[in-house]
Design a protein around this ligand. Sequence first.
Ligand code: FAD
Length: 474
Amino acid sequence: MSSITIIGAGPGGYIAAFEAARRGASVTLVEKSEMGGTCLNQGCVPTKTIKASAEAMETAGRLSEFGITPASTDEAVSFKADMAAVVARKERVRKVLCTGLEKTCASLKIRIVRGAAEFADNCTVLVRSEEGTEEIKSDKIIIATGSGILDLPSLPVDHKHIINSDDALNLDHVPESMIVVGGGVIGCELAFIYRAFGTSVTIVEGLDRLLPIPSVDADMSRLLQREAKKHRIRVELAKTVKSATSAGGRVSCVLGPSPFVEGATGEDSTMEAEVVLVAVGRTPNTKGLNLEAAGVETDARGWIKADGKMRTSAENIYAIGDVLGPSRIMLAHVASAEGLCAVDNCFGEERELDYSVVPAGIFSSPEIGTVGLTEDEATAKGFDVRSQVFQFRELGKAQAMGELPGMFKIICEKESGRIIGAHIAGAHATDLISEAALAVNKGLTAEDLAHTIHAHPTLAEGLYEVCEGWLRGR
Ligand code: FAD
């Protein structure tokens, strides 16, 4: 294989490009917008950068708890989020990382072509830009075009009062009130961020729990619902927003019982807010790619079909990342892993990606980290399991940090003690999950972790303690 074209420079596309170039291929990376894709420009990085501001705001509100008082008693100290500065900081972080990607491409001699790609046939891509159309022929092509925001006709986004997640990362002021439509990962993350900035927030979720996704254990959803209540975030479960009408600087929503929950009943009601944030899902970025010309098949909803080796229905064309849709896992690190797998296979290997151990981080407050099976999944799959929990507040480090909410939960095979799932809610849970991911990936037991000395005082001791607890209960 000597030449490869990759369409889309998100975490799937750029990691694939780096790997292919390091292995000696001549690589062309086509991007119609900014380097870094959704992850860097509208997803992972901007949300976590703004979350850092939200956490600073929360800490500022708790200074006296840590014994920090105003140096002068002349005036009362209070803080507000200056959204222009918050967004400017987010932009600085984004640009540093974008520039870093461009430099890596240059050092690896990856040719970046700016413009929108479409297929002419299964080895030819046309890239259209203001400068004209360039034809690129290559031995292999990887489609890494990602996903975009799903719009609902009943909730027409005007980018001012009815907004989407992209808009929520660029607001010029802190809204007084916000209705978040969708209590999934993106909805929950943004709800906690804006609550920390002082917005009065309501989450409306069509299913019967927050984070209603299979990889999130029901105990974690319950804990987050309790924390939402403590933060004074109102949560309306098993309800949907049937319509939203914007007038006079306010949005009026009609809420009704959810058609997605059996037995959900009740009268329709109305609710008003300054802003409605629609966070209901994603849609494939395949429009305009002319996939038919290359013979690349999609499913009924437009997501590209690929096998475990990332091969599409067209010879020499692979697809990776979000564009494969929710039947895979729509996360940045999964897109990157799929990119590496596709490149291996472009170079003649026959590698299938193993999706069984994929850690995920949810940056709500508190954070949630998950890996492996939930208790419900394990039971449904016929495993004979016993679970164990350990509370954050029992850790010396959590007390020292003033970070008390949270729990560690492991799900182990009863007989062997093998850890098949781990779920952590609490401060830094998204970092703490990595040790559990290694344990699940390597088939380690609760005993293996309990017999590994953990440094004190650390939050990581929670994983040791929950495994110790599991052993004592045996
Ligand atoms: P993308 O990152 O979407 O990149 C696709 C690229 O292809 C884009 O740059 C696009 O411009 C380009 N493109 C599309 N069509 C064409 C074309 N025809 N020609 C040329 N270029 C084209 N994931 C996590 O793992 N952790 C998180 O914390 C997290 N937070 C998120 C928060 C939000 C608000 C959102 C929206 C997503 C978040 N995600 C998170 C998901 C993550 O962003 C995606 O899973 C990831 O970006 C997918 O990578 P990708 O390479 O498949 O596609």
